[in-house]
Design a protein around this ligand. Sequence first.
Ligand SMILES: Nc1ncnc2c1ncn2[C@@H]1O[C@H](COP(=O)(O)OP(=O)(O)OP(=O)(O)O)[C@@H](O)[C@H]1O
Ligand SMILES: [Mg+2]
Length: 493
Amino acid sequence: MDIELRHIHKRFGPVHANNDINLTFLGGRIYGVLGENGAGKSTLMKILSGYQPADSGSILLDGTEVDYRNPQIALHYGVGMLQQDPLDVPAFTVLENFIFGAIGARGYRGHAAARLLREVCSRFGFELDPDTPIASLSIGGRQQLEIARLLALGVKTLILDEPTTGISAEQKTILFNALKSLAKNDGLSVLLVSHKLEDVIALCDEVAVLRAGKLVGTRALPATPSELVALMFGQILEPAQRIAVNLDNAAEAIRFENVTLRSKRLQVKDFNLNVRAGEVIGLAGLDGSGQELFLRACVGLAKPAVGHIHFEGRDMTGASFRQFLAAGAAFSAAGRLEEGLIAGLTLTEHTALMTEHHPVIDWGRARQRTINRIQTYHVRGTPESQIEQLSGGNQQRMLMALMPESAVLLALEQPTRGLDVDSARWIWQQLMVRRDIGAAIVFSSPDLDEIVTYSDRILVFYAGRVTEIPDARQATIDQLGRLIGGHNEEVPR
Ligand SMILES: Nc1ncnc2c1ncn2[C@@H]1O[C@H](COP(=O)(O)OP(=O)(O)OP(=O)(O)O)[C@@H](O)[C@H]1O
Ligand SMILES: [Mg+2]
């Protein structure tokens, strides 16, 4: 199916999020949609898939103008979108969501649905257990479910807004090959919105680049990452520098002593770790390998089944999240709209929640603090913006801006999720400032490059087993890739 967008405009108050966009997407081709945070990518994709109307302009499908008022009608025409933050029902299981998402469309239920889900999963290399509740699935797993659902519904245009890469290199190859063959043989077109330029280069035939609401250009691939960066930012960025720090005399931030962690699906068994002030520990692993559990254990959100946790020398085994916060720990979750931020609240209200501890809130002070944070973290939004009105990347900046300034330990789950290359580097500059004044940082990332670049030490998780790489500078991305896939014959020392 060929899609033509003509003169699309969309404003949100003073923000001209889409400013006269003209684009053609041909059936059977795979497009990358690129641009810095807040460029207008999600806005355009939501218009194309019926999640929100354009102010003006038209959409033509195979030459015929369509006017869809909601996503169901768009789906009926064959346009389906994976949202940046998945729209599933947390109380349901994988299979229930799969069925629920098909109601009103080409219905399938019961055994037929279970069979279809299995078929789609094996074809695309997804590992989804039909009976797992959504609430215990990672963001990556939830996105896979959404893709499975849309493909089972037979979409002709698949829009993927920032699929995360919490999947293994092999899984990614399977998924990409499956999408390419669907494009080639069945005429599926794919629009991939992504900040992961390697993915864009591996998958796409062509890219369209947005900047500040306008289309700045399209180009056919192949292209190098720096050519794409230059298109996006109008300049070539210097690679980030890694500075080794001397931690010999650093105080202990958190120490794990013979700790075993258990969740319903996983056990991280009997490990020891001492994280020092000013140290950065990167956690690598496929989604659900234990790194999420470990991060939560650093702040009392998961309690050890066995063993002891010491925080700045104090035994805090079994302490609550509140107690960890009070002691100087901070946490940010990957599922920013589920766990990190509260949809419906403004930025000022978020600041007030974090900083105002009296029964009486000083709104003037909270607003001023918000203004300061907006400035320091370059958040595109106002103190009165509701958090869900911000672009994905700007929500992430706000989440980082809300981290307490004097934290002893920052436990960060995918701290640069959804950030463009420039913003991700910039967030790390901010984090390094905090490290320099003595904060310990423990972070997870699906991006091995990020782990190798910023960590002093690396912990690799595979099915709950932890392998430590004592000097991250000795690690290569290839080695890490093999380790997270469970091949631990060679551990760099
Ligand atoms: N519902 C809304 N209300 C108000 N402003 C909005 C709304 N949705 C988007 N915006 C604004 O429109 C602009 C474009 O946002 P959009 O989400 O399309 O960016 P994006 O390119 O997807 O960015 P990112 O890479 O961060 O996801 C931003 O300035 C954003 O704050
Ligand atoms: Mg977006």
